[in-house]
Design a binder for this molecule. Structure first.
Ligand SMILES: [Fe+2]
Length: 152
């Protein structure tokens, strides 16, 4: 986990964009995870290609291809994330907490991570089992994902 992965100004800008997106664009709904989401929004796709790809390559120390960005909005008292491994498109992931009422544990291979807004977790989504328990009453959580696939 990287504490303060996003500088405060960047976190503020991302959150402002997310609020715009929430009010101005249709959100998709995922029944299984009970969350709203936006897949591959143009603004975050640019961030993916211009900024996050290099960070991912440097951090994971392997050649990667930018796959897609993903915004995930878990509402108050709803939502969970059952134990799973991701598709090959999510071979490597940067998972960033944007806003929440209180930390909501993410488990990766059994290790618990409690993120604050601006923190990030780097993990191997298609290899490491990861999950979150049902979000607690009164809590909410907005997450931003950048996914990378293996370079061929
Ligand atoms: Fe996943």
């Amino acid at each position: 986990m990287v504490r303060g992965f996003l500088a405060p100004a960047t976190l503020e800008e991302f959150c402002a964009r997310v609020e715009e997106i929430k009010t101005q664009e249709p959100l998709s709904y995922d029944e299984m995870f009970q969350r709203h989401y936006v897949n591959g929004h143009a603004y975050f796709q640019k961030i993916l290609h211009r900024m996050m790809l290099k960070i991912a390559v440097d951090t994971f120390k392997e050649e990667l291809v930018a796959s897609y960005s993903f915004l995930s909005f878990y509402q108050e008292g709803r939502g969970f994330c059952p134990p799973h491994r991701d598709r090959p498109e999510c071979y490597r992931t940067i998972d960033i907490c944007l806003r929440q009422r209180r930390p909501w544990a993410l488990f990766v291979d059994g290790e618990e991570f409690l993120m604050e807004p601006g923190d990030a977790i780097f993990y191997a989504g298609s290899e490491q089992l990861h999950w979150r328990d049902v979000i607690s009453e009164g809590n909410y959580c907005d997450l931003l994902f950048f996914h990378f696939s293996r370079a061929v």
